[in-house]
Ligand binder design. Structure first.
Ligand code: AQP
Length: 351
């Protein structure tokens, strides 16, 4: 059976990209899989966070998970820092991963910017903690947006190197399993995790610039649709979204050199559960003055119920905290099971 893990950072301004690229997939996967969904607060502090805001954001992301439809009784919802085994395994992975691998990570380069000497060590080591988040549950599938592809590739490399470096020990202790690695069947302790990056909105772009990712930290609030935006704000942001003067094309090829149009069509497709082709079949040849109001209606239709449910759930802080506490306990028990084996594999004496 599939074991799904994914996380979202509590860094404020949850947006449509987070929803379509990640949270909505979390909901869909719970039908056929066991799922663990984590509010990754330890990732958040790789950049400075106001402590009180971090607490609020952690509860807000939790409320978004629940409002979107994740069932915390059938699956696990918790915040990362409650389960110390994530940090413990991350340390082991810091000693497995190579500097050269991490030096290639584009997210670090983007986030550290020009002043790299001043970036936190945690920001540099972010991908090893992410690998630990996933592998401490020996998760097999990770639904994420396209921007996380490189980190997932690194997670696979870390699993492979760990399995290889400790192969004799894993065999001697009898803790490994036979698994697929590409075409081959190999013996190892950690699975080679599959990224789940699919659909029409794996990379939602800024509404102000179709060449930039929609992002929580963009200083312009008009660049993104926040999950907490009300209907009027959503409609206004779509009305003001950057476009070009041409009508929509009838074929997907016609979107190639038109990133802003492509983005809006992709958002429509994802929200409607259609393909870009189907959307252009409906709106090809139409002006944005026709398409934008239709997109705004659709977005309000899909997002407004989530926003109102988020408000309702957030008002009950005791409930949100109880979900995190209960999820943390269940996650902790699973993580400890893995760590008991990892300590033995590596040779770290424990009980
Ligand atoms: N624009 C996006 N389109 C599709 N998926 C996206 N994700 C983020 N942005 C988009 C996916 O959402 C999940 C959670 O993201 P995160 O909170 O862990 O990290 P992030 O990528 O740092 O989010 P932002 O909004 O991009 O923040 P900043 O402003 O800090 O850069 C992940 O699965 C991610 O792929």
């Amino acid at each position: 059976k599939k074991l799904v893990f994914s996380g979202v950072q509590p860094t404020g301004n949850l947006h449509l990209g987070n929803y379509l690229g990640a949270i909505r997939k979390f909901v869909a996967l719970q039908e056929q899989s066991d799922c663990i969904y984590c509010v990754v607060d330890m990732h958040a502090i790789t950049m400075w966070q106001e402590p009180a805001e971090l607490e609020n954001s952690t509860r807000e992301v939790t409320a978004a998970f629940l409002a979107a439809g994740i069932d915390p009784t059938k699956h696990i919802v918790f915040n990362q820092s409650r389960v110390m085994q994530h940090a413990e395994l991350a340390w082991v992975f810091n000693c497995v991963a190579r500097m050269g691998w991490l030096n290639k990570m584009t997210q670090f380069k983007d986030k550290a910017g020009k002043d790299r000497e001043n970036a936190s060590v945690g920001l540099f080591a972010y991908p090893t903690l992410m690998a630990a988040d996933i592998l401490v549950y020996r998760a097999t599938h990770v639904p994420v947006g396209d921007d996380q592809k490189q980190h997932l590739e690194l997670t696979r490399e870390i699993a492979q190197k760990f399995n290889h470096d400790f192969s004799d020990r894993i065999r001697d202790l009898g803790v490994g399993v036979e698994m697929k690695s590409g075409e081959e069947t190999v013996h190892g302790f950690f699975p080679i995790t599959e990224p789940v990056i699919e659909g029409e909105a794996t990379r939602v772009m800024s509404l102000r610039d179709g060449t930039k990712k929609m992002s929580k930290s963009d200083p312009s609030d008009l660049s993104r649709i926040n999950l907490t935006d009300d209907a009027e704000t959503i409609a206004k942001k779509i009305r003001k979204a950057k476009t070009d003067p041409q009508p929509l094309p009838s074929e997907v090829e016609g979107l190639k050199e038109r990133p802003d149009a492509d983005n809006l069509v992709g958002i429509y497709a994802a929200l409607a559960g259609k393909t870009r082709e189907q959307v252009l079949g409906e709106f090809g040849g139409q002006q944005f003055s026709v398409f934008k109001p239709a997109l705004a209606d659709l977005a309000v239709d899909k997002l407004a119920p989530i926003a109102s449910e988020m408000r309702r759930i957030s008002a009950d802080r005791a409930y949100v905290d109880s979900v995190l506490r209960d999820g943390g306990e269940r996650a902790g028990a699973l993580a400890e099971k893995t760590m008991k084996d990892v300590r033995r594999i590596v040779g770290l004496l424990g009980d």
